[in-house]
Design a protein around this ligand. Sequence first.
Ligand code: HEC
Length: 96
Amino acid sequence: MRLLLLTCLFLMSCSKQEVNSVSREIPEPNSPGANLLLEFCNECHVYPDPASKQAIYWTQTLPRMRKHREQRGLPTMNKNQERELLAYLQRNGASK
Ligand code: HEC
């Protein structure tokens, strides 16, 4: 049973990577902010395009997404990670 579960998790993580590798480009690839976006914003829906929102609106979205994570028992970002991701989203957010 345990082995089956691990195998499932393994397969899931593999297919996830494939999805990522063929998905659209993101700004500043491989930067800390981009990595956080892929790690923390990709489980429930496909990670959002930073340019989909104006900078100020990202401030409101992140706490809501944190709540979604908490409700599902998923690990949340620490303060530094949250700050890093917010700065990244705002840097690359829509200007208007
Ligand atoms: C635990 C599941 C979960 C995770 C992880 C998650 N989201 Fe969401 N997201 C949702 C749900 C549910 C909705 C629709 C309800 C809502 O808007 O709160 C949503 C909607 C959104 C929307 C569209 C609504 C809007 O405000 O424009 C954006 C953008 C978004 N998420 C961004 C993010 C970002 C950025 C992250 C990473 C920090 C993230 N999500 C991580 C569950 C999640």
